[in-house]
Ligand binder design. Structure first.
Ligand code: SF4
Length: 336
């Protein structure tokens, strides 16, 4: 059976007028050749610093814009080239939960109407009684009291609004939910509750999640695999246990060095990356990470590394792994 979602060599370049010298048009290579898949019932986390292109990948999958190149395949069918008519039934199967639950809920609609809208749009409820029964079930699923369906979004807390955002996604009966920084704006304790809710719903409903986040500490608790993006490309993709036990890309190593260890007293050596993320308008030649990589050597400045398979279902784009183990600082330190 094929994966639920396949993304093949996805590119999204935006033409931006006026930058950086004030005139003309330049291309922002927000996503520049990204491939991955998501299995049914699986969580794949897409992580990286702000501006790495991870949210653009999510929005491309949701078909919020046309892509520049590549393919987005849902359950064996390409959705990147479908016109609005044929796309409609497939849209139901991929829903989204966004970062800011306040701006993503229509302030002029009560919760009950927000949740009933996808049921009507996708023809899922066939009577008023059916809508009411579905509303009851949704409020129960996201663990909110039924009376709250009569409220307006501004009468809810941030956590309650995000639960309604999740309920609205579930109302369409999706198979995949794109969670784009879905817990980033929430307080620490509320964040943990929403992560637990998403995990429970995933198990209960067999959902697949694409969990887009800059926060590796959150990702560690809820994902099966992790894809790390830098400047529009995936640099490492592996099962969560492998990535967290022994990163094999220097960028992943640096990101992980900032994540607190679960055991009291344990600590990772903190790696502070020098410089800023280069502009996606003019990414560095060779390895895109070489301007900040503590291990960069001559080859990195001229030749772009390919994303290649290693043991244990891991993919890495780094020339270090062509060096003898004794010269590779990321060769030993744990499972491949
Ligand atoms: Fe660093 Fe070179 Fe690996 Fe790029 S290819 S991550 S610059 S060691």
């Amino acid at each position: 059976m094929s994966a639920l979602l396949e993304v093949n060599d996805l590119k999204k370049h935006f033409a931006v007028r006026g930058a950086p010298l004030g005139f003309g048009t330049v291309l922002v290579r927000a996503v520049d050749g990204v491939s991955f898949h998501v299995e049914r019932g699986e969580t794949l986390a897409l992580v990286g610093e702000s501006g790495c292109g991870k949210s653009t990948v999510g929005r491309a999958i949701l078909r919020l814009f046309d892509i520049t190149d590549g393919q987005v395949v849902l359950d064996g069918q390409r959705i990147d080239e479908l016109s609005p008519g044929p796309l409609r039934p497939l849209r139901r199967r991929v829903q989204a939960v966004f970062q800011d639950p306040f701006s993503s809920l229509n302030p002029r609609m009560r919760v009950r109407d927000i949740l009933a809208e996808p049921m009507r749009n996708f023809g899922l409820a066939d009577s008023k009684a059916d809508v009411e029964a579905r509303l009851d079930a949704l409020m129960e699923k996201v663990r909110l009291p039924r009376e709250m369906a009569n409220r307006w979004p501004h009468e809810l807390s941030g956590g309650q609004r995000q639960r309604i955002g999740i309920a609205r996604a579930l109302a369409a009966e999706p198979e995949l939910i794109v969670c784009d920084e879905a817990v980033s704006a929430l307080d620490v304790s509320v964040k943990a509750q929403i992560v637990n809710l998403l995990q429970d719903l995933q198990q209960e409903l067999g959902l697949a999640l694409l969990f887009i986040s800059h926060d590796l500490a959150i990702v560690e608790h809820m994902t099966h695999r992790v894809a790390v993006m830098y400047l529009g490309k995936i640099v490492e993709l592996a099962p969560k246990e492998r990535i967290f036990a022994a990163p094999k890309h220097p960028y992943t190593e640096a990101l992980l060095s900032a994540v607190p260890m679960p055991e009291p007293g344990a600590a990772r050596k903190r790696i502070i990356l020098k410089g800023d993320v280069p502009s996606p308008i003019n990414p560095p030649r060779g390895c895109r990470f070489h301007t900040r990589c503590p291990y960069a050597f001559d080859r990195c400045r001229v030749e772009e590394p390919e994303l290649r398979s290693m043991q244990g279902g891991r993919l890495v784009a780094c020339h270090l792994h062509d060096l003898p183990a004794a010269q590779n600082p990321l060769a030993g330190s744990g499972p491949h």
